[in-house]
Ligand binder design. Sequence first.
Ligand SMILES: [Fe+2]
Length: 102
Amino acid sequence: MHRTLSESGSGDASLDAMQPRDAARESLVALLRVAYSAELAAYIAYLGHERSVRDPEEKLAIRRIGREELVHRREVGRMLAALGATPSARRERWMPWVGRLI
Ligand SMILES: [Fe+2]
C-alpha cells in the first residue's frame, strides 16, 4: 500500500518512531543529571545537619541517611552511564553550595 507524506509524518516510518524515543531519552538524561547532583547536595546538607545536633544516636541516624544519598547517587550515576551520558560538570560545581545552604 502506498502512503502519502501526510499519512506517515516524515515519510520514513523508522525516523518517526525514533524521534519520540530520542526525545524521551534526552528528557530522562536531563532528569538523571539533576538527580545525580542533587544527591550530592542532599549528602552535604545531611553532614551539616549531623554537625548541628548533639545527641549521638541522632547523629548516627542522620549519618546513615546521608550515606544513603551517596548510594542513590551511585545508582543514578550507573543509570546515566548505561544511557551513555555523564553528569553535568556545571551542576556538579554548584550543587555542593546548595547543600551547604540548606
Ligand atoms: Fe536520595
